[in-house]
Ligand binder design. Sequence first.
Ligand SMILES: [Zn+2]
Length: 277
Amino acid sequence: MPELPEVECLTRAVQEVLEGRTISAATFHRQDLRWPIPTKEFVELLVGSPVLKVSRRSKYMLVETKKGAGIFHLGMSGNILMSQEEEPSWKHTHASFRVLDQEKKSLYLHFVDPRRFGCILAVPRKELQDHPLLYKLGPEPLDKEDLAEHLWERSRGKSVAVKNFLMDAHNVVGVGNIYANESLFRAGVRPTRPASRVKRLEWTKIADEIQAVLAEAIIAGGTSFRDYRHADGEPGYFELSLKVYGREGDDCGDCTSPIKHKKIGGRATFYCPSCQI
Ligand SMILES: [Zn+2]
C-alpha cells in the first residue's frame, strides 16, 4: 500500500501541477470509495477557485482553495495519474479533474483506485484542522525537530512493543511496517522490547534512523508522476535497500547471524538477534 514516501512524492508532483492554478471541472465516475464522495460539496468548495496550497499530512493529500479543502487518501491501491486526455485510460478511474496548464491547455488528474479503500472528501477550509481524520494524528516524522524527545516522553509507562508503538499514528505518523523494521535494525533496538524500556539515547538513534529511512525512500521515488506499481497492478514500495525486511534466514549484513522473523501485532517483523537488543 502507498506509504508516506509515496504519498509525499505524489503530493509534490500534484503541487507542481495544481498550486496557483484552478480545477475547472471535476467528474466523478462513481459516488463512493471507502466513504461516499461529497461530490456537490467538492464542486462548490474546490472547482473554479484557485488552489492555494497542496500539502501532505500523514498519508492524506490536502488541496486547499480559499473556500475549502479536498482530502485525498490512496487507501490500499490508489494513485493519481496525469494525462492530456479527458477519458481515463486506466481501469478503476473514479474521478477526473481538469486543470489548465501554463500554456492554457487542459490536462487531467485521474484518481485511480482498484480496491477502493481510498477516499475523496471535501470540507470548508476552516474545518480542516479539526477534521476527525486529522486532529488526533501524531507529529510528522520529517518535520519534528525534537522527535526523539517526543517519542521518549510519549513512551513513558507504555508496555506495548516498541515496533507497534512506532506504527501507531497517535504517536508519530507515517512509520509503516517496512520503515519500522528497518529503522529499528539500524538503531540496534529489538522490535519486541517494551516501548517504556527503550532508553533516551536509543530514542535518539531510532528517531534519526526513521528520518533517514523515510528520506532515502523519498529520494528513491523522485518527484515526478511515477507509476510505482508492480507488474500485478498493485502499488509497491519505492526501492529501498532493505537490511532485514523480507530477509528471514539470510545472514545479517553486520554480524552474519541469521535474520529472524516473528509476527508482532499481526505484522511481519524481522530482526537480527545479535545486533538488536
Ligand atoms: Zn546482526
